[in-house]
Design a binder for this molecule. Structure first.
Ligand code: XMP
Length: 521
């Protein structure tokens, strides 16, 4: 009984979405403007389920998507996201054929197999190898040695990659081909990890297994430490997100491309998406800054007609009419967010955009009527923001949170002893010149004329692997669900109750009046 006592008093203060947002309709609210009230709970955070369905044939095991931005998602990021149960949207600031091969890399990724290992040539010096390790900051020192055609010659073991041997040639130091353990791709079979695991158990002291074809050309490398990590991960709560053929899921962004006459280039869009579908893409995202527009709607319609079963994400919008429009055109999931992103300047430059929680509320109610899902896109800086977003949306899209990860494109730069990666808005001048101008309603050539950038170029502090970042975020989401007594995301959406937070309340919510020694992560 104690579980429900005083609930009327609570309800007067902590309101469900359909009471709270209409009561605050004169003001745009974002994540930090509100907080969620706790509810009686019998749910332990670790037992909460995070799976989410974005379309009939697109289910994720965690509701997190990495943004289709050229400093966030290419194949490495998409692989890491899918392995963790989420999804990566490969950006389109690259030639179309390059995007196709990035999608292939994700779809044909064999977990645990390093498909393109760093190779060494036989006439290099050990000193060159040492220099390479230092320059590239490799955390390993064993390398396959191949000839100029890719044929395996041997393995350069870490034991001989030492300064005392710097003047020696690799050919003198390598373990010869005959003594190197190999396996063919065919022999690896359907479950390469189980096969490799068996191999390492049977071959005492061997930690590397090279994959070759029938002509002895090198095709990959499997390490015992990776196999052990993956075997452990298989017991993890959140399984990789896979398609019906057990391949990792992958998404790709497409733009509403126009021809020289300014008309939608239907043929080019269809050829591009046709290629993506052939490669096994699971979802395409028609990504623009203004989704409630004829060009985006027509693109979605063209794709829906040509590919009736293909899940389509489209956006971005912040109005109910925008959701209705894209849903009627055939989109399954709609991106919500105009100007909340950490690198966005749309609200400053164009004076347009709606704070994210209000936009999500309005869009979620329109989406429910149309039976489509919505994705909260941009402005997320902490796991608590994700919990709040998931009270209204079926998933979140994050750029900045993943841009400092090892798997994001781009090199690490060191500034005053700190490590950073570049992160830029797709509406920044540099990104628009690289291809994303159409997303902001401009021609590529416009980027040198009278065009205002709607994004900035920035740096993100390096933050380790996607696994690590997602572990923190998922832990936070599960905590939030535990506080609300929500066993799954549907219950979270049904149970959430909100209250506004005063500026003093916002200060109270963060660490205060202490000298911080260690952050939470
Ligand atoms: P976060 O906050 O996760 O935001 O870094 C990522 C999202 O921001 C959007 N985006 C932009 N918005 N100008 C904008 O107004 C830009 O240059 C820009 N680039 C990306 C996009 O929705 C992304 O997912």
């Amino acid at each position: 009984m104690a579980a429900t006592r005083n609930s009327q008093l609570d309800d007067n203060f902590y309101q469900a979405a359909d009471a709270f947002f209409p009561a605050n309709q004169k003001i745009g609210l974002t994540f930090d403007d509100i907080t969620l009230a706790t509810l009686y709970s019998e749910i332990l955070p670790r037992n909460t389920q995070l799976d989410t369905r974005l379309a009939d044939s697109l289910q994720l095991n965690i509701p997190a998507i990495s943004a289709d931005m050229d400093t966030v998602t290419e194949s490495r990021m998409a692989i890491a996201m899918a392995l963790n149960g989420g999804l990566g949207l490969i950006h389109y600031n690259m030639p179309e054929r390059e995007q196709l091969s990035q999608v292939s890399r994700v779809k044909y990724h064999v977990q645990g197999l390093i498909q393109d290992p760093i190779k060494i040539a036989p006439d290099q010096l050990i000193g060159d190898v040492l220099k390479l390790i230092e320059e590239k900051r490799f955390g390993f020192s064993t390398f396959p040695v191949v000839d100029e055609k890719g044929k395996l010659l041997g393995l350069l073991s870490g034991h001989v990659v030492k300064p005392r041997y710097a003047a020696k040639k690799v050919i003198e130091a390598l373990t010869p081909r005959k003594q190197v353990h190999t396996i063919t791709k065919k022999e690896l079979g359907k479950d390469p990890i189980a096969r490799a695991d068996k191999f390492f158990t049977e071959h005492l002291g061997i930690h590397k297994l090279l994959v070759v074809d029938e002509d002895d050309n090198l095709h990959g490398l499997i390490t015992m430490s990776d196999v052990e990590r993956i075997t452990l991960e298989r017991k993890a709560q959140f399984k990789p997100a896979r398609d019906a053929q057990f391949r990792l899921v992958c998404g790709a962004a497409v733009s509403a491309t126009r021809n020289a006459f300014g008309e939608l280039d239907r043929e080019r869009i269809l050829t591009h998406v046709g290629g993506l579908v052939e490669r096994g893409v699971d979802v395409v995202a028609v990504s623009t800054a203004h989704g409630h527009s004829k060009g985006v709607g027509d693109t979605v319609k063209v794709l829906r007609d040509a590919f009736p079963k293909l899940p389509i994400i489209a956006g971005n919008v912040t109005s109910a009419a925008g959701v209705d429009y894209l849903a009627d055109c055939g989109a399954n999931a709609i991106k919500v967010g105009q100007g909340p992103g950490s690198i966005c300047t749309t609200r400053i430059v164009a004076g347009v955009g709606i704070p994210q929680m209000t936009a999500l509320y309005i869009c979620s109610r329109a989406a429910a009527k149309k039976k489509v899902s919505i994705l909260a896109d941009g402005g997320i800086t902490k796991s608590g923001d994700i919990v709040k977003a998931l009270t209204l949306a079926q998933g979140v899209i994050c750029g900045g949170i993943f841009a400092g990860c090892t798997e994001a494109p781009g090199d690490v730069v060191e500034i005053s002893g700190k490590m950073y990666k570049h992160y830029r808005g797709m509406g920044s001048m540099a990104a628009m010149k690289a291809g994303s101008a159409a997303r902001y309603g401009h021609e590529k050539a416009d980027a040198t004329r009278k065009v205002a950038a709607e994004g900035i170029e920035a740096l993100k502090e390096v933050c380790g692997s996607v696994d690590r970042v997602l572990a923190q975020l998922i832990g936070g989401i599960q905590s939030g669900m535990g506080y609300l007594g929500a066993a799954n995301l549907e219950q979270l959406r049904a149970k959430a109750r909100y209250i506004r937070v005063s500026p003093a309340g916002q200060r109270e919510a963060a660490p205060h009046d202490v000298v911080e020694l260690k952050t939470g992560s």
